[in-house]
Design a protein around this ligand. Structure first.
Ligand code: ATP
Length: 695
């Protein structure tokens, strides 16, 4: 198929005539320029393929083929005159520098070049026939036959040239294939060489590393050996010194042995004497054994005596317990003699701005004349207006005397005050109901006395923490006498005749005072929090909780604490395992609301209601005490929550103490007189003998 059209022999003359247009008679003479037949003009498939192949070859191997050779090997295309040029692909190898040859080493490239050059040196140009020039003489236009002949010659020569070029192209292709296979082979060789180079490099670095390691090891071993050598040298010198000293010792030992030999000889002679002595000692030992047996008999006798004495001690313990009961009775008798209601007056010191310019702390309008500290004398100094009717009694000129069981001056300490009430606290452990009140105007020191300003300040803690501490101390002592105590605490306040639980954990409840049964006088408050006390530390927590609860209330009502009565109650139940005695006592510590008079306070609104409630409950407290003193058939306990709650601690079966706290300020003269007057009334009451609650 390839180049068939080109090789196809031309047809007969008739065929040609039928294909070529006949000249027209009308056509003007002259050379006729005719287009070649389409078969001749169009590039054949083969020529296109060759052209492509040549171009590819030219692109890929242009660098490896010398252009001079190519030029010589490719025949010049004959240019027939008067014939249209055919488009034929021409192999034009471009000259490129050797550097552009891909992936071949220089050696391989030069080899390839030489071999390819060898291939191209084949003289091909001689085999290519020269193209006919179309005759030396130009045929006239009408000589169609001649011209046809010329054209056939040209065609034949072209065909011959074409076949020659084909054979050249085939040889080029073979050459290209050969070069490609060589190139592939060389690439493989190069890759292998590179791989070997990489392996060799890895081996070299491995060997270098091992060399370094061996070097390090060598150095380490050398250092170790050097160290060992040093050690051995040192040991050697030490051993040499030891050897010298041992030699000295050996000499000394030999001298000693000589000495000892002499001694042994002497001792052998002494042994005889010792043996004689031993015989004598044995005799002594026998004598001592006899004496020992006699001592054993004596010890047995002493043990018997000791047991008799233990029995006697136990008897004494029994008697001691009996005496303890007697002591309690006597203690109670003393308390009775002192009176069941006692009143202590306490004057607080001047504080801060109250001290005045001299700041000496002296309270000029108060005197404490007696050594026994039972009298307080008020003296009207300035223009302090007083209602004379309220000052009846102990007035001497402008002086007013009041006598109480004890008067504590401003400088008195909490400890001194507590020492005076400690016996009363003790009574609660012995089975009595004890009630200690703090009465006085706002700011006179009631809370300071009962609770103290700071629970962590040991010096300043008040009567409540001190009472609890003493009770715990006594409980510990009484344990040795067979007593066991349970303690239960509660803390409430009465504000505007309403009870609030100061130990509650936030919940508000309804609190009612209840009497237990017709035959029992026990007073309880419904829903009230009762806390079992097992350690002193608990009390501080309870007091702190109560303060918090009061603080909450204070935000609702200004100065709430001054306007309410607070009652701390400790119920004590004792049990003696030796005597089977049981006793129940209650200690009530009451911080009363401020006692200022309605008239003086000038209250109105909520404050007026508070003041009325306070006045009512305080005057009712006075009334109850009076009724008890008068031994009235009806005691008005129920007229106020406070007296209703405390009825068991105010009656004949209880011991009551009232602190009347007074302010040292001269401006409070009137209130101080009122308070002292109320306290005097209470002090004058005799409410009978307290009964111990025991079985
Ligand atoms: N003996 C004292 N020594 C030192 N400071 C005292 C003494 N008594 C009271 N105070 C101080 O006086 C101030 C008033 O005392 P306190 O609050 O105890 O009075 P109160 O009578 O309880 O008042 P209220 O009725 O308002 O509760 C407080 O700052 C308190 O610390």
């Amino acid at each position: 198929m390839e180049n068939q059209d080109a090789r196809k022999p031309l047809g007969t003359r008739n065929d040609l005539n039928s294909k070529l247009p006949m000249p027209s008679k009308l056509r003007p003479p002259g050379p006729v320029k005719r287009a070649m037949s389409p078969e001749l003009c169009r590039p054949t498939k083969r020529s296109r393929l060759d052209s492509n192949t040549s171009q590819q070859f030219s692109k890929s191997y242009s660098g490896s083929l010398p252009s001079s050779n190519l030029k010589t090997s490719v025949p010049e295309r004959p240019k027939p005159t008067g014939v249209a040029t055919r488009s034929t692909a021409v192999v034009r190898p471009t000259t490129k520098s050797a550097n552009s040859v891909p992936s071949t080493s220089k050696a391989a490239r030069s080899k390839s070049e030489s071999s390819s050059n060898a291939g191209f040196k084949k003289p091909v140009s001689s085999s290519v026939p020269k193209a006919p020039t179309g005759g030396s003489k130009k045929r006239p236009a009408w000589d169609l036959k001649g011209r046809l002949q010329d054209m056939e010659e040209v065609l034949a020569s072209r065909n011959q040239m074409s076949s020659t070029l084909h054979s050249q192209l085939e040889s080029y292709n073979q050459r290209i294939n050969m070069l490609e296979s060589q190139n592939n082979h060389l690439s493989g060789t190069v890759a292998q060489a590179e791989k070997q180079t990489t392996q060799a490099s890895a081996e070299i670095s491995d060997l270098q590393r091992r060399l370094r390691e061996a070097d390090d090891e060598f150095n380490t071993t050398r250092r170790k050996l050097q160290q060992e050598l040093d050690d051995i040298t040192f040991t050697k010198s030490t051993l040499e010194r030891q050897k010298e000293s041992l030699n000295g010792e050996l000499e000394a030992a030999q001298q000693q042995i000589n000495g000892l030999r002499t001694s042994v000889a002497q001792m052998t002679s002494a042994q005889a004497g010792i043996s004689a002595e031993l015989e004598a000692t044995k005799l002594c030992l026998e004598q001592a054994s006899k004496e020992c047996r006699m001592k054993d008999t004596e010890i047995a006798l002493l043990k018997k005596n000791l047991k008799d004495r233990d029995d006697t001690i136990e008897d004494y313990h029994c008697k001691f317990r009996e005496h303890e009961s007697v002591r309690r009775k006597l203690h109670n008798n003393i308390q009775e003699l002192k009176g069941n209601i006692r009143v202590f007056c306490r004057v607080r010191p001047l504080l801060g701005d109250e001290l005045g310019p001299d700041r000496d702390g002296d309270v000029h309008h108060m005197n404490f004349p007696d050594i026994d500290q039972k009298i307080i004398e008020l003296e009207k100094l300035g223009d302090v207006s007083m209602n004379e009717s309220t000052l009846a009694g102990h007035r001497r000129g402008n002086k007013y005397d009041f006598s109480f069981d004890r008067v504590f001056q401003p400088a008195s300490t909490q400890k001194e005050v507590f020492e005076e009430i400690s016996q009363l606290v003790q009574s609660a452990l012995d089975g009595y109901n004890v009630c200690i009140f703090a009465y006085g105007q706002t700011g006179s020191g009631k809370t300071f006395t009962m609770q103290g300003p700071d629970l962590n300040d040991e010096e300043k803690v008040g009567m409540i923490p001190r009472s609890v501490a003493q009770i715990f101390q006594s409980v510990r002592e009484l344990q040795t006498k067979g007593w066991q105590y349970d303690m239960e605490a509660s803390f409430l306040e009465i504000y505007n005749e309403t009870i609030r639980d100061l130990l509650s954990n936030g919940k508000e409840d309804k609190y009612e005072i209840k009497l237990h049964g017709p035959n029992s006088n026990e007073v309880t408050v419904t829903n009230l929090t009762l806390v079992n006390i097992s350690s002193e530390d608990q009390i501080n927590n309870l007091l702190a909780r109560a303060s918090d609860n009061r603080a909450v209330a204070e935000t609702k009502c200004n100065e709430h604490s001054s306007r309410s009565h607070s009652v701390f109650r400790l119920k004590l139940t004792g049990n003696n395992k030796h005597t089977n005695e049981i006793c129940q006592g209650t200690l009530n510590l009451v911080d009363l609301a401020g006692s200022e008079r309605l008239k003086e306070s000038g209250s109105e609104g909520q404050r007026l209601k508070e003041t009325l409630c306070i006045n009512k409950s305080l005057s009712n407290l006075g009334n109850v005490i009076m009724a008890l003193a008068n031994k009235d058939s009806h005691i008005p306990y129920r007229n106020s929550k406070l007296t209703y709650l405390l009825q068991n601690s105010l009656g004949g079966n209880s011991k009551t103490l009232m602190f009347v706290n007074v302010s040292p300020r001269e401006e409070n003269f009137q209130e101080t007189l009122n308070s002292l007057r109320f306290a005097t009334k209470v002090n004058n009451c005799n409410i009978g003998t307290a009964q111990k609650k025991s079985k």
